[in-house]
Design a protein. Structure first.
Ligand code: HEC
Length: 122
């Protein structure tokens, strides 16, 4: 009995610590509430869900490339310099490669053997 109570108390503590440590997110979009989050909400959710943004992680370069890609191929308008800087600052500091996102790709060594030969580079 003592053990069960101890386990329950530990679980509660672990869960509460987890909640306290996790960043506050906006209920509607799921975006982390930090400086300039509204700029991202206003500019990045008109074509697709904010989930596409929050599922992604990247460095400043990755985020810049994603925006350039959408501008070049998905009809995204050019952003004014100040807005773009704010968006990139928000993304590169709140959605960094280190923060939790999609799982990392499976290393080639752990992949099943290829069923056919191809020229693609690993
Ligand atoms: C003009 C429309 C438009 C706007 C505005 C827009 N996007 Fe996108 N974005 C797209 C389209 C279209 C896709 C591809 C969706 C798909 O694959 O289903 C996409 C995909 C993405 C992806 C996924 C890329 C990948 O490799 O999977 C991310 C991340 C993203 N957008 C972030 C943003 C951010 C950040 C902003 C704001 C700066 C933004 N988007 C604003 C159209 C837009």
């Amino acid at each position: 009995m003592k053990r069960i109570i101890l386990t329950m108390v530990s679980c509660t503590v672990i869960i509460l610590t987890g909640l306290a440590n996790s960043a506050e997110v906006d209920n509607e979009t799921g975006l982390i509430i930090a400086e300039y989050w509204e700029t991202v909400r206003d500019n990045c959710t008109e074509c697709h869900s904010a989930k596409l943004v929050t599922a992604q992680r990247g460095t400043l370069k990755t985020w810049t490339d994603i925006i350039r890609w959408m501008q070049a191929t998905q009809g995204m308008e050019k952003l004014d310099v100040k807005t773009e800087d704010r968006i990139l600052q928000y993304l590169a500091s709140n959605y960094t490669p280190k923060s939790r996102g999609r799982r990392a790709p499976i290393p080639p060594l752990l992949m099943p053997p290829k069923p056919y030969p191809n020229e693609a580079k690993e």
